[in-house]
Design a protein around this ligand. Sequence first.
Ligand code: SF4
Length: 671
Amino acid sequence: MKVSLVFPPFHHPALYNLPPLGLINLATVARLAGHEAQVIDLILELREGQLPGGQSLYRACAERIAAAKPEVVAFGAQCTTYPPTVHIAREVRRLVPEARIVLGGHNASFVARQTLESFSWIDAVVRGEGEETFGELLDVWARAGTPGGVAGLSWRSGGMIHENPDRPLLDDLNVLPLPDYSLAPALERYRRACGLSRAIAILEVGRGCPHRCVYCSESALWRRRCRTFAVERLVEEMTRLRDLQGAECFLLAYDQFTAERQFVENFCRQVMDAGLHRLGWYCISRLDTVDADLLRLMRAAGCESLCYGIDSGSARTLAFIRKQIDPGQLGQRVRETTAAGIVPTLSFVVGFPEEERVDIDATLLLALQTGIEGNSNPLMQIPTVLPGTELHARYGPRLVREVDSYFAQGIEFDAGRRCREDEELIDSDPLLFSSFYNLPSRALPLPELELLAAEFPVIVNLYPKTFRILCAALETPPSILFVRLRSFARAEAAQGLTPAVCFACFPRFVAGLADQVPGAWRHVFDMLTYESRAIEAARPGAPSAAGNADLSGVSTWRPAVAKNLALAELAFDMEAIVTDLRAGKVRADYPHSPSLLVFRQAEGRLEVSAVNAFAHDLLRRCDGQAVWEDIARSLYARHGAGSGEEQFVSDCRAALMQLRQHQWLSPHPNP
Ligand code: SF4
């Protein structure tokens, strides 16, 4: 049969698009069974501008599919793309009435009957693990039979809907053929369309998770059974992806990559033996399944970044969602992960049902603590209710529609808004399209939660230390202080708390609270300066090499401080305060201990160095305008005691040359 496997359209500017591995697996099975299979990635084609946006998109998608003259059209639809899938499928039915239309994927698996009842143009739904079910279905259809014996299938015949029994999960994933990437668009097209610096491939490492988090459809889909592919097979697949498809790094698809230590160690060693460690990879992990040794090994094998699902800082919430992690391990894991050279992404959720404000504040404080540690990437979301989850079963009837969670974004095709027909469809069925709905929260109004989720990570990234001290000084929970900051930013005409807006507004916001900060907490203002200078040091345009041009004959050299350097004169011992904050201690009353600091950002790391008054004064005068000799002479009165002026000027020159060699001054001679 002629089979088109379709990845429905989706567009989120902040997310990139990768080949649809699930559909590639199905296409591989179909081709090996003698069918003609082709993967159509409408996300990619939309990104490439081959499809129009706007109200005509779904029609154009259907025409694109119809042009391939398929006998079977299979959509792989997730929660966000469910409405577009339904609309495009209806158009396909109109354009190619004889083609069979089948849906698969998480969402479809859990709402198969409702889908068939609601949308008469859909012929069948493949539930759960799809390879065997889809293969059998194609064979039955090719023989013009009826699929009554195909386990794992829900299907329509005449006016009847049939739900065949579930199919047992595969005992051994290695019986599946290696995915044939030649059936999908080339990785290079994805790289170019998304403006990525490297071509990324997805590598399916395993399926399943033994845990039972109440919001997770992944573990429900795989019935809480964990299976991995053989390491030898994974290494072979990576090698083929590199050699045949030009893969330059890999996204490891498996929620429990580090669950079995021996498996991970084996994987890392074989990856290194095969020379694949020069390519990067990302994975998902849990705080309780890694340690410093394993992280170092993973880094050596190419791991660049990993994601820890933290969810909450509240023990009550963690018990409610059955997360079974100890957030007390977080600080140490972040330190171990970054020390190994891996960037951790930390995922938090605010607004679970039953949460009180105090639970949300516990999560915000935990997120701030990770910002204080530095070098991690916080993500914050409000809960999404997915079909198949316990949240869906328990709270489905109480869903409301107020704001968009993370998993409701990406189908705003009509000039940044959702098409009217999508809105109508979503409105028509809260259970079928539950990811577009919300759980009411008694802790905070949903719009406030949405803002927290979107913008609190900006504070965590830019000003976690100042914000944390300010909460303590004002005895104000972070959620309330955030609302005050948000109102302040809005009053300054800012639309949202972007990093640039935060950098501009936050210092003024803190200054405006000066009267309310008790005397013992004055170091909060120094911390504000400290963090502001650190941000300034990170601005782009840093020099990349030490100055080595000979300046001996350049009498008019006008030295300039390097762009990635900032200076601060502070009244407290900041090192002691930062050390306390890292240890989770937020104290008032530090003794005065003036310090002169230089902030330098190099190779993604911030260096903070204490300098003496001479070096500080010297650097402060290096503004790119003053000639070096004038700078030196201006410092003589204050720093020249004990040496003659000419000797002092010569010493200053030597000091400047040294600073330039250390890249604290611009490498350009700027004479
Ligand atoms: S959220 Fe993660 S740990 Fe929890 S059940 Fe899902 S995959 Fe497992």
